[in-house]
Write a protein that binds this ligand. Structure first.
Ligand SMILES: [Zn+2]
Length: 924
C-alpha cells in the first residue's frame, strides 16, 4: 500500500507537524540504493546513496537528515540528464542533524516529477551501539560490524528522510573482504568478486516498503544454526568461535513464536527469512525487520543458564518477533505513538506464555503484576511522569520515553482492553487483525487501532493514553443500617501521587475505571466514571476493586481494620487470589510510602506479618522487594533499625528457605527454580546459607564449575562479597577478564559492586566507566549493586560530579538517562537533594532533563518518608522484638568482622584496560 507516502492533509495533523521537528514534505522518497564499504581497519566507511524521489512542488532545495557524515560528491539525475551539485550548495546543520541542499546551480525538479539524488560520502564506525558500530568477537581476536538505527541513527549511516512515516523500498549492497559473511533485512540476491582485489560485492534483495529505523546489516565471521520447521528459514547467528550450539533454545522459541503469531495475527510473516544475530555491543535487543539483533545472553543459553535467563530470553525473543508485525509491518506515524509498538510487543510476549506449551506458564500475568506492572505504577505516581502518548518534537526527546510508562503502563492498558472483551478476547483479536490488514506496509496511529477494535472503546482508552497518572479507589463500608440491603459501599477516586497534597486541578482529574463485579455465571465490569459511586452493591466479593490486577489503579481501604479483614480474606482463598495478594501488598506499600491519610507504615508491616504463611513465588517477591525497599530508604539513617528490618525479614523467610533448600532438579518447573534462587539471594542473615555459599564458592574456584548451580551463581557471588571477602573479589575480577562465557560475565558484573572495600569499589567503577563506551546495558548491571551501600553510592556520586559520563562523546542519551536514574534512586535525604540540584544546574542536561526532574522529585518523597516514619517503624520493630540480636545475626557479624580484618593487604588488581576484549586488530 502506497497511501502512506502521500503528504498529510487533515488540519489536526498539520497542526501536529508544526510542533514536530520534521523535514519539509516537498519531496517523497520512493527507493534508496545504498552501497557501504567499510575501511579495512573498521573505523570509517565510504557510502554511496541514490534516492529516487518524487517532487511535490517545484523545488528550490532539498532537506535530508545526516549526522557525522561528510559529503564528497553529489549529482541530480532526470531520466538521462545529470547535473552535478557543487559541494558549497550543501548547508550542514549539525545540531539539527540536517543537510540543506540548494539547487540554485542545477535544474530544479518540477511538481510530480521523478528524479534521483546521488551522493558519495564517508562516515564513522563507532563502538557504542548506534549507527554502524563494532563489537568484539566473543572468543577470537577481531570484531564484527552491525547497525542499530532506532530511533534516529539511520542518518549516521546514509543521508535520508529519517522519519517513520516516510517509508520506501531499499536495495542494500556491501563491499567487503571475500571471506566475510554479510547479513541484512533481506537475503543475498547476488555476489561477485571485485576485480584486482580480495574483496567481493554483495547485493541484497529489494525490501518491501519500510521505515529507515528498521534497516540493518551486519558483517563478520559468523557461525550459524538454522531451522526449517517454520514456513521460511529461521536462523541464529553468532560471531565465530561462540558456542553456537547454545543457540538451540532461542531457535526453538523463535520458530514457535513466529508460527504462533501468524495464527494470532492471521497474517503471514511477510519476509522470505528471519535471522537472529548475537551482537555483543548491542544496547539490548532490536527488532530490525528480518534481522533482529540481541546481546549474547538472550540467544546463547548453554547448559549453565538459569531458569530466570530462559524466561528472560523467551520474552525478549517473543517481544522482538511480535514487532515483525506490530511496528515493522504497521509502523507508528510518529514517535509520540512509540508506545503502540512497544506495549503491544510486551503484551504479546506475556500473552504467548499463557497459551503455548513451549514454556508453560500459567502465571505469566501474576509475574507481570509483581514486576513490570508495579514499576509502571511507581513511575506514574510522581508529578514528573508523562502520558503514554508523549509529545515528541525532536530526536533528543525520544530517548527519554523508552521507559516503564511507554512499555509497561502501555502493556497494562492493552491488557485491560483484551480482558474487557467479554467474548474471550475474540473482538480484540479480530480488531488487531483488521488493523494489521488495513495498514500493512504503512503507518497508523493509536486511534486507528481503537477504530479497528471497536469505536465504543475509543473514548475509554483516550483518557488512559492521554492523561498522566492514575487513580486510587477508596472503598468505604456504609453504615450498618444500609447493610441490611446486602453489601453496601461507597467508592471514591482520586489521583494517586506519592508527592504530597493534591493540587486543586489534580483533584479534578478522573479516569474511567473498570471495577470487576463477580457473579456466579457472568463477568461484568462496572464503569466508575465519576468521583464517587454511592451504594455500590456488587453480588459477591464486593471488597475487590481490582480483580486479577487488570485495572491500572490502586485500591485503598477506609480503615486499618477493614484492610486487615480483606487481606485475611485474600489469604484464605489461596488458589485464586495470587494477583490480589500481590496487589494488596503493593498498594498498601505505595500508600505507606506516600504517607497517605489512609495508611501508616505499621499497617504495611502488620500485613506482611499476616502473609508469612504464603506459598506463592510472586507474592513472596512482592513482600521481599517491599522490605528491601524499606532497608534502602533507611540507608542514611539508623543502622540498628535497618538490622531490625533484616531480622524481621529473616523471621518471615527462614523456615521457607530451609524447606525449599538450594538443590535444583533438572525437570523442576522454571518458576519453582526461580523461587528457590530468589529466596536464597534474600538469605544474607542466615548463617547456614552464608556457610553454604562460601563452600560452593571455594569449590568453584578449585575448578569444580558445577559446584554452584547457575540459578544461584549471582546470589553466591553476592553473599560472599557482602561478607567482605577481598580475596574473593580478586578471584572474580580475574575470572571476568578471561571468561568467554557471556552468562558468567554477566553474573560477575552483577555482583562485583556488592563488595564495599575501597579498592574493590575503585576497580568496579573502572569497569563501569570502560563498559559505558561499549555496552549500555552492562554499565547498569555493574553500577546497580554499588547503590546498595553508602561507600558505593558516594563513589558513584563522585564520578557523576566529575562529569565524565556527560563529557563522554560516544555515550548515547539512551545510556546516560538510566545511569542518572539508578544513581539518583539511591539518595534519601534533603542534603543529597540540594547537592544533586546544584550539580545539574551547572551542566547542559539537554535530553535528560525529565530524568533529572523525576529523580529530584523521588528524592524529596523518600526524604519525607524517612524523616516522618523512621520512629514509627522503629517502634513497631522494637515492640515485636526485632531489635534484640538473634544468635544468627551475632554469628553473621563475627564472620564479617573476621573477613574485614583479613583485608589489610593492598589490592594488586590487574588493570582492566586491555583484556576487556577491545578490537585490537583489523578484521582478518
Ligand atoms: Zn520493542
Amino acid at each position: 500500500m502506497d497511501a502512506v507516502n502521500k503528504p498529510n492533509s487533515t488540519s489536526s495533523e498539520n497542526l501536529q507537524d508544526a510542533v514536530r521537528e520534521i523535514l519539509p514534505n516537498h519531496v517523497v522518497p520512493k527507493h534508496y540504493n545504498i552501497l557501504i564499504e567499510p575501511a579495512f581497519d573498521g573505523t570509517t566507511f565510504e557510502g554511496t546513496v541514490k534516492i529516487n524521489f518524487v517532487a511535490v512542488t517545484q523545488l528550490e532545495f532539498i532537506v535530508l537528515n545526516a549526522k557525522g557524515l561528510e559529503i564528497e560528491f553529489a549529482e541530480i539525475q532526470y531520466k538521462d540528464d545529470f547535473y552535478e551539485i557543487p559541494l558549497d550548495s550543501f548547508n550542514q546543520h549539525s545540531k539539527l542533524e540536517r543537510w540543506e541542499i540548494s539547487l540554485q546551480n542545477c535544474r530544479k525538479p518540477m511538481p510530480e516529477e521523478a528524479f534521483t539524488l546521488a551522493m558519495d560520502y564517508n562516515g564513522q564506525i563507532n563502538e557504542y551501539g548506534a549507527g554502524l558500530f563494532r563489537s568484539p568477537n566473543l572468543s577470537i581476536p577481531g570484531y564484527m560490524l552491525s547497525t542499530e538505527m532506532e530511533p534516529t541513527n539511520a542518518r549516521m549511516v546514509f543521508p535520508c528522510i529519517d522519519e517513520p512515516a516516510l517509508k520506501a523500498t531499499f536495495s542494500i549492497s556491501l563491499i567487503v573482504q571475500e571471506n566475510l559473511t554479510c547479513l541484512s533485512n533481506m537475503p543475498i540476491e547476488s555476489e561477485s568478486p571485485m576485480p584486482r582485489s580480495d574483496q567481493k560485492r554483495l547485493y541484497f534483495a529489494k525490501t518491501p516498503l519500510m521505515s529507515t529505523y528498521l534497516i540493518a546489516f551486519a558483517i563478520g565471521h559468523f557461525d550459524m544454526m538454522q531451522s526449517d520447521e517454520f514456513r521460511v528459514p529461521v536462523r541464529v547467528h553468532a560471531p565465530k568461535g561462540s558456542a553456537i550450539q547454545d543457540g538451540q533454545y532461542a531457535l526453538d522459541i523463535a520458530v514457535k513464536a513466529l508460527a504462533h503469531y501468524e495464527k494470532l495475527f492471521d497474517y503471514d510473516f511477510p519476509l522470505p527469512k528471519m535471522d537472529l544475530l548475537v551482537v555483543p555491543n548491542a544496547f539490548s535487543a532490536m527488532e530490525n525487520w528480518g534481522l533482529a539483533t540481541f546481546q549474547p545472553q538472550y540467544l546463547l543459553l548453554g547448559p549453565d543458564s538459569k531458569a530466570a535467563d530462559k524466561m528472560e530470553s523467551a520474552s525478549m525473543i517473543c517481544h522482538e518477533l511480535a514487532h515483525q508485525w506490530f511496528g515493522n509491518l504497521v509502523t507508528m506515524t510518529w514517535w509520540d505513538d512509540l508506545w503502540l509498538k512497544e506495549s503491544f510487543a510486551d503484551w504479546a510476549a506475556i500473552h504467548i506464555r499463557t497459551v503455548w506449551s513451549q514454556i508453560p506458564d500459567i502465571e505469566a500475568w501474576e509475574d507481570f503484576a509483581s514486576s513490570g506492572f508495579q514499576l509502571a505504577l511507581y513511575s506514574d505516581s510522581f508529578r514528573n511522569t508523562h502520558p503514554i502518548q508523549a509529545t515528541v518534537h525532536r530526536p533528543s526527546e525520544i530517548s527519554q520515553i523508552y521507559d516503564d510508562i511507554t512499555y509497561k503502563k502501555g502493556c497494562s492498558i492493552i491488557n485491560m482492553l483484551a480482558v474487557l472483551d467479554n467474548q474471550g478476547a475474540e473482538n480484540f483479536k479480530d480488531g488487531i487483525r483488521k488493523y494489521l490488514k488495513t495498514y500493512a506496509y504503512g503507518n497508523a496511529t493509536a486511534s486507528n487501532l481503537w477504530t479497528a477494535i471497536g469505536e465504543d472503546k475509543y473514548g475509554f482508552l483516550e483518557t488512559w493514553i492521554k492523561t498522566p497518572g492514575y487513580p486510587l479507589l477508596i472503598l468505604e463500608e456504609t453504615p450498618e443500617d444500609s447493610a441490611s440491603k446486602g453489601y453496601g459501599y461507597h467508592v471514591d477516586q482520586e489521583r494517586f501521587l506519592i508527592t504530597p497534597k493534591l493540587k486543586r486541578k489534580e483533584r479534578k482529574a478522573w479516569w474511567p475505571v473498570l471495577v470487576h463485579e463477580e457473579d456466579t455465571d457472568s463477568r461484568e465490569w462496572v464503569t466508575l466514571s465519576n468521583h464517587r459511586l454511592q451504594d455500590f452493591r456488587p453480588a459477591i466479593r464486593p471488597e475487590n476493586l481490582n480483580q486479577g490486577r487488570v485495572g491500572f489503579h490502586r485500591v485503598g481501604y477506609s480503615s486499618a481494620s477493614f484492610l486487615q479483614k480483606i487481606a485475611k480474606c485474600f489469604a484464605e482463598d489461596d488458589g485464586n487470589r495470587v494477583a490480589d495478594r500481590i496487589g494488596i501488598i503493593s498498594d498498601t506499600a505505595a500508600l505507606a510510602f506516600a504517607r497517605h491519610r489512609l495508611c501508616r507504615t505499621q499497617d504495611l508491616l502488620n500485613l506482611l506479618n499476616l502473609y508469612k504463611g504464603e506459598t506463592n513465588f510472586f507474592v513472596w517477591r512482592t513482600m521481599l522487594v517491599t522490605l528491601s525497599e524499606i532497608r534502602k530508604l533507611l540507608l542514611f539513617t539508623n543502622e540498628d533499625t535497618r538490622t531490625a528490618v533484616l531480622n524481621f525479614q529473616n523471621s518471615l523467610t527462614s523456615k521457607l528457605i530451609h524447606e525449599k533448600g538450594w538443590i535444583f532438579e533438572e525437570n523442576e518447573p522454571l518458576n519453582e527454580q526461580r523461587f528457590k534462587a530468589f529466596l536464597f539471594g534474600y538469605a544474607g542473615g542466615d548463617k547456614n546459607v552464608t556457610d553454604a555459599a562460601l563452600a560452593m564458592f571455594k569449590s568453584f574456584f578449585r575448578r569444580d564449575m558445577k559446584a554452584i548451580n547457575p540459578n544461584i551463581r549471582t546470589e553466591v557471588f553476592k553473599l560472599v562479597l557482602e561478607m567482605g571477602g577481598i580475596k574473593e573479589y580478586r578471584k572474580l575480577h580475574s575470572l571476568l577478564l578471561t571468561t568467554l562465557q557471556p552468562r558468567i560475565r554477566t553474573d560477575i558484573l552483577s555482583s562485583l559492586g556488592y563488595s564495599q572495600h575501597p579498592a574493590s569499589i575503585e576497580a568496579t567503577l573502572e569497569i563501569a566507566l570502560r563498559t559505558t563506551s561499549q555496552s549500555g546495558n552492562e554499565v547498569f548491571i555493574t553500577i546497580r549493586p554499588l547503590t546498595t551501600h553508602k561507600p558505593g553510592i558516594e563513589a558513584l556520586w563522585e564520578v557523576m560530579k566529575s562529569k565524565k559520563w556527560f563529557q563522554a562523546e560516544n555515550l548515547s542519551l539512551r545510556t546516560l538517562a538510566p545511569i542518572i536514574e539508578v544513581i539518583l534512586d539511591a539518595f534519601t535525604t534533603m542534603e543529597q537533594y540540594e547537592e544533586v540540584k546544584i550539580l545539574f544546574d551547572s551542566i547542559d542536561t539537554t535530553g535528560v532533563e525529565n530524568t533529572i526532574a523525576q529523580g529530584l522529585e523521588r528524592i524529596q518523597a523518600r526524604a519525607r518518608w524517612v524523616e516522618q516514619d523512621h520512629d514509627e517503624i522503629a517502634k513497631w520493630l522494637r515492640e515485636h522484638g526485632y531489635f534484640s540480636k538473634t544468635a544468627q545475626e551475632l554469628a553473621r557479624i563475627t564472620v564479617i568482622k573476621k573477613a574485614w580484618k583479613n583485608m589489610t593487604d593492598a589490592l594488586p588488581l590487574r588493570r582492566a584496560s586491555q583484556p576487556l576484549r577491545r578490537p585490537s586488530e583489523p578484521m582478518p
